[in-house]
Design a protein around this ligand. Structure first.
Ligand code: HEM
Length: 527
């Protein structure tokens, strides 16, 4: 029997019992559009798989306990020191378990790549408008995944109970305590008594290795099922409409690509883990509540939050026997709360402003949605400034600057730079739209100069291809919403202020350089 015949009989055996062939045939032929930016979600997916595999390896040796032990392992500088079993077992994984340090570093690097891929993927979805109807639900699931990713990463690097992770947990405790009225009770509940207690590490271990990975599995499955069911969006181009999908079939093209790509992501992660040290906990020492290391740095996805807390002025209110620490409450809970709720609601806010309730399967070029692109740039600038302040001590020591100057610089920066980024990005988008218009009307500048018979020099322009002209002119330019204060019957509309706000935002949103119209295109063709 040949291998093919053997495989065939196995496939038949399965098909006769499950009827899978028809289902597989239909689904394996499903067409996906092709664009490099669609790989970003895949990088997130593969790094999640790497996290599961490397994390499982670590659980075989990690001891999630705050029981006090005396270190007698092979790392001599810490010999005889009192520490928790969690810290001692992390040292054991790093120095005595074969491949242990590599696996720890793979796990940590994969977490950083996972979070970077999530954010890059989210930016692609945001800047191209892929979150619009019918994908709002999947966008919200995505925000859930981002939030869980931040928490999961934080809990992960809090587990080893080294001086850095203990400092992070102390900040988390402060944030819980900052909640008015219930804060101190909640903190006692979470830590099983006064900080640090002995309950916290075993608890966050369960959340880190069981609860959150389970939630991730469920959410990622639903996320991908929705991508499957709603079909993938595609960039505009000749032959691509709101009703079709132009691309390659899942089998064999995408199966081969995805399989290969997984190993590339795995290879890059393993390479980084092998050559670049990450979280060398033996240098920080065990956690003792009375100590703190200079240059404590959280992972980047927490750094912006740390930076925000570091820049808050020390404002507290004392009333009725309660203290409200605004300097923790505002940057640690209120601002992130507003940001994440705003992000989750953004698809609905945009559709409210534009009044557009239609489905969208063709993506926007970011320049053709200047307001949205500018908002994205503004948010990124906010995160960058706060992240910068999260590393204020490191920047101060490395560049010989005053930490206070950095703090004051970022305090002003966080208020001034994001709006500035908005204005500049919007102007850039409009300039790019103008450049597109010029390109369609006058063609590409070739750089070739021609001398006319009467002596004048002109540059030769080359007409662009019809495909390119289509790409630059096929997008929609919707006019702003018309919401006059008085309706058709001469009656004043209810919610006048809300309508005014909506109308203003709609006008700002619709600002655009008029694209080349069909008549103008025809005229060009005649010339
Ligand atoms: C664990 C994290 C995540 C994983 C593994 C993941 C995975 C994926 C994959 C593989 C795709 C299809 C390919 C692509 O478009 O890139 C996709 C699509 C999508 N994702 Fe995610 N994603 C994650 C997080 C997020 C986040 C944070 C958001 C936004 C807040 C988001 C929103 C979306 C949307 C709206 C689509 C449909 C895009 C379209 O059809 O063009 N995802 N995701």
């Amino acid at each position: 029997m040949t291998t093919e015949a053997r495989l065939g009989s196995v496939a038949n055996y399965v098909d006769e019992r499950t009827g899978a062939a028809a289902w597989m045939k239909k689904n394996l032929q499903k067409v996906f559009p092709d664009h490099w930016s669609f790989l970003l979600g895949e990088v997130a997916l593969y790094s999640f798989v790497i996290l599961l595999l490397s994390g499982t390896f670590l659980t075989f040796w990690f001891d999630p306990s705050q029981r006090e032990v005396i270190y007698d392992g092979s790392y001599e500088p810490l010999e005889g020191l009192k520490m928790s079993a969690a810290y001692a077992s992390t040292l054991h994984i790093s120095f005595e378990v074969r491949g242990g340090l590599l696996m720890r570093q793979i796990n940590h690097w994969a977490a950083l790549i996972f979070m970077s891929a999530i954010v890059a993927h989210m930016m692609r979805v945001f800047f191209t408008g892929a979150f619009r109807k019918p994908r709002e639900g999947n966008w919200i699931i995505g925000i859930g995944l981002l939030t869980l990713g931040i928490v999961e990463g934080f809990l992960g690097y809090s587990l080893p109970d080294d001086l850095l992770s203990g400092t992070g947990i102390r900040i988390a405790e402060a944030i819980i305590q900052a909640l008015p009225v219930v804060g101190s009770y909640l903190a006692y509940f979470a830590f099983g008594g006064a900080f640090p207690g002995e309950a916290f590490i075993p608890r966050i271990y369960t959340v880190h290795v069981l609860l959150l990975p389970g939630a991730f599995l469920v959410l990622i499955t639903v996320h991908l099922m929705l991508v499957w069911y709603q079909k993938h969006t595609q960039f505009p181009g000749p032959g691509r409409t709101e009703k079709n999908v132009v691309g390659y079939p899942l089998m064999p093209t995408y199966m081969a690509k995805a399989g290969g790509f997984f190993f590339i992501v795995f290879g890059v992660t393993a390479f980084l883990a092998a050559v670049a040290s990450i979280n060398p906990i033996w240098l920080f020492g065990p956690y003792t509540p009375g100590q703190i290391t200079a240059g404590s740095q959280p992972d980047w996805y927490m750094g912006w939050l740390d930076g925000l807390v570091r820049m808050a002025p020390p404002i507290e209110t004392h009333a009725f026997g309660h203290t409200i620490s605004w300097n923790i409450l505002i940057p640690g809970l209120i601002i992130p709360g507003i940001l994440f709720t705003g992000m989750a609601l953004y698809p609905f806010i945009e559709s409210w402003i534009t009044g557009d309730k239609r489905e969208h399967h063709l993506l926007d070029r970011p320049r053709n949605a200047p307001n949205r692109t500018a908002l994205g740039a503004m948010s990124l600038t906010f995160v960058m400034v706060t992240l910068l302040n999260g590393g204020n001590d490191i920047i101060a020591t490395h560049f010989d600057l005053s930490i206070n100057q950095i703090m004051w610089g970022t305090r002003f920066g966080v208020l001034i730079l994001p709006p500035l980024a908005f204005v500049i990005t919007k102007r850039l988008c409009l300039s790019l739209q103008r450049a597109d218009r010029e390109l369609v009307l006058h063609g590409r500048e070739t750089g070739t100069l021609l001398r006319l018979p009467h002596g004048e020099f002109v540059e030769v322009h080359e007409p662009i291809s019809p495909e390119k002209a289509y790409l630059l002119t096929s997008h929609e330019q919707a006019p702003p919403l018309e919401l006059p204060a008085i309706d058709a019957h001469g009656v004043k509309r209810a919610g006048a202020l809300r309508n005014k706000l909506r109308s203003r935002m709609s006008i700002a949103n619709a600002e655009a350089i008029p694209k080349v119209s069909a008549t103008e295109l025809k005229e060009i063709e005649h010339h």
